[in-house]
Design a binder for this molecule. Structure first.
Ligand SMILES: Cc1cc2nc3c(=O)[nH]c(=O)nc-3n(C[C@H](O)[C@H](O)[C@H](O)COP(=O)(O)O)c2cc1C
Length: 204
């Protein structure tokens, strides 16, 4: 809701220019975020990576358990391994940085709970990270396709990076300075996905 304060006459709502800019900036970041799979040969400074991780750190979580953990990978050999394990997707190998998102059961509120809250929490935090990357001008791509048909591959990554048994690899996020403008993609209309009071009654 954009109308945040009553005017002195008490007849209408108003917003300050600063609030308007903040809201506009938020939606600019949301709409600019696209999956980017081609990157320029430019390094990402650590202070920007830290800002992305900070955005993840502030995410909401079940019972405030914050079960997410991240491994920042810059080593080309490790990035190559991740590319191979994620279905040999070549663009991953070209990323300057790959961040591995881990959901750690050991820090979750309910180990063994089948509802997978710790995974949901980690996905929310990781989307914070992705949006922070967008705001900083970086391209990213969420990769969930760690080849689950070949669990040996996942074990190989976990062993190579000393990832504890309790931590699930939830996603990889590739990062780099964009070297492509993705084509328009189709998005569903609001009336296909937002309902009023009961299923199927369009909200808008
Ligand atoms: C959970 C998840 C898994 C994804 N896995 C991959 C992947 O393995 N490889 C890939 O190139 N893109 C992957 N993507 C990116 C999607 O293809 C992309 O988000 C979708 O096509 C919409 O395009 P956009 O991100 O540019 O809006 C994934 C996205 C999500 C949310």
């Amino acid at each position: 809701m954009r109308k945040t304060s009553l005017s002195s006459t008490n007849r209408s709502f108003s917003t300050t220019a600063e609030e308007d800019t903040r809201v506009d900036n938020f939606f600019i970041v949301i709409s600019r975020r696209r999956s980017i799979r081609k990157y320029k040969d430019i390094e990402i400074p650590d202070e920007h990576i830290i800002q992305m991780l900070e955005a993840a750190r502030l995410a909401p979580s079940t019972n405030n358990t914050q079960p997410w953990q991240y491994i920042v990978v810059k080593d080309p050999d490790t990035i190559q391994l991740l590319s191979f394990v994620a279905g040999k997707q070549k663009f991953i190998a070209d990323a300057k940085v790959v961040i591995i998102a881990l959901a750690n059961k050991a820090t979750s509120c309910c180990p063994g709970n089948p509802s997978m809250w710790y995974v949901q929490d980690t996905m929310i935090a990781t989307e914070h990270l992705v949006l922070a990357a967008t705001a900083l001008g970086y391209g990213s791509c969420w990769v969930a396709m760690l080849d689950s048909r070949n669990s040996q591959n996942i074990v190989a990554v976990k062993n190579a990076l000393r990832i504890p048994e309790s931590a699930d690899i939830v996603a990889l996020v590739t990062l780099g300075v964009p070297d492509e403008v993705p084509s328009l993609r189709s998005t569903k209309a609001l009336n296909e996905l937002a309902f009023s009071e009961a299923y199927g009654i369009s909200f808008n």
